[in-house]
Write a new protein. Structure first.
Length: 69
């Protein structure tokens, strides 16, 4: 089965600002992902791209910009 990478759909500005703010507070990528789970978001790494998802079902919201890699 081939993996599906969501199209480069734009992520809402307010959500992207939250993700950026939490990345700035976190000391490591692991802590950043943990902090985002508290807001109901997750990150999947697929084929070198980071996909922002909505928990608990993992519905993809879009691809994160390269600045988060």
């Amino acid at each position: 089965m081939a993996r599906h990478t969501p199209a480069a759909a734009p992520i809402e500005t307010t959500v992207l600002d939250l993700v950026r703010e939490e990345r700035g507070k976190a000391l490591s990528p692991r802590e950043w992902k943990f902090r985002l789970r508290g807001y109901g978001y997750g990150i999947k790494d697929i084929d070198g791209a980071q996909i922002l998802t909505r928990l608990p079902h993992g519905n993809p919201l879009g691809v994160l910009p390269q600045e988060f890699a």
